[in-house]
Design a protein. Structure first.
Length: 339
């Protein structure tokens, strides 16, 4: 059978949910993620690969990734002179769909179907390590997968966004299914308790609120600070903690920001989300609004600190990125300005 589409480059639309295959254009190749039905995405060209239902044409994406052309539709060639490798959306203001990465071998506990479909999203931080050790190189993808495994072991259900911008989903993840991630909670708009049933949760790999150490210019996460019998960080009269180890994770003064209380933000010291991380979160929210227009609302993108304000402080002052501080209402306005 002849190829159903020209060779590209250009853009196509997913006719159904697509599996992204890594390395070689065949179904046996490792699954690198997925693209939901109706999403338009860019292709670099096409190659011959495994024949499926009489079609051997596969589209090549970035990074040695491929999707089967037989599950696509509406090819549009790039206009003359158009560059197929455009800058990130934040520079152009246009929409670019996210790419999802499957956390191989990890499955999260599903408790049922969402009563009315996916209605919104809860922004968390995982309060976990981002580095290899000390103040050294970041290792956020590995740390994010650690937290995905922790969710599997403890019966939770959420996605993770690493500081590289990688969006991890568990194997078999379905947007219409729910599992626990927000705990005791209440929607500030509808008043409904138990928001995990209605809103998907995404953990941002981030150490959480930080504490200034005895050493000037050193800031520690809770897990590298001396704590009391109740697990609370012990502070001296100056409000400083005692660092447990110089080999465990800590941050320098030029990496963090000290913020005042404002809306959902509780006063304190935070490590901002990375540019790539915030970009991925933004793309994810816009994607869900486009994919589930009948149910998902950008006005229902909440912080964990909005649905459980007495217990939680995430995302707090970690949102949005090193150059911008946003409250959750400001983030919702930002998302709506991009539609």
């Amino acid at each position: 059978m002849a190829n159903p589409f020209p060779n590209g480059p250009g853009t196509v639309e997913a006719a159904g949910r697509l599996n992204i295959r890594l390395g070689k254009p065949r179904r046996q190749s490792p699954r690198a993620g997925g693209i939901e039905a109706g999403v338009r995405f860019a292709i670099r060209g096409s190659v011959a690969g495994e024949e499926v239902q009489g079609v051997s044409q596969w589209f090549e994406l970035d990074g040695g990734q491929f999707v089967w052309a037989g599950a696509c539709r509406d090819f549009q060639r790039l206009a003359d002179g158009e560059d197929d490798d455009r800058p990130p959306r934040r520079h152009l203001g246009d929409y670019a769909p996210p790419v999802f990465t499957t956390a191989t071998g990890i499955r999260h506990k599903v408790q049922g179907l969402r009563p009315q479909g996916l209605e919104g999203l809860i922004v968390h931080f995982d309060a976990y390590r981002i580095r290899q050790a000390g103040n050294g190189a970041e290792d956020s993808d590995r740390r994010s997968l650690d937290m995905m495994r922790s969710a599997q072991a403890n019966g939770f259900h959420y996605g993770e966004i690493s500081r590289t911008g990688t969006i991890f989903l568990a194997e078999g993840f379905e947007w219409g299914e729910w599992g626990s991630h927000a705990g005791q909670s209440q929607c500030p708009v509808t008043g409904r308790p138990g928001v995990s049933r209605y809103y998907v949760g995404f953990e941002m790999n981030n150490p959480g609120r930080l504490f200034e150490a005895q050493e000037d210019g050193v800031f520690c996460p809770w897990f590298n600070a001396v704590r009391d019998a109740n697990g609370e960080v012990v502070l001296d009269v100056r409000g400083r903690c005692t660092r447990r180890s110089a080999n465990d994770e800590w941050y320098s003064v030029d990496e963090v920001r000290k913020v005042a209380a404002d809306g959902n933000i509780k006063a304190g010291i935070y490590l901002p989300y990375s540019h790539e991380q915030f970009e991925a979160l933004t793309r994810l929210c816009l994607y869900l609004a486009r994919t589930f227009p009948a149910t998902f609302s950008l006005d229902r993108v909440f912080g964990h600190d909005e649905v459980a304000p007495k217990r939680k402080n995430d995302p707090g002052g970690a949102l949005a990125d090193p150059a911008r501080l946003m409250t959750m209402p400001q983030f919702r306005d930002w998302l709506k300005s991009l539609t």
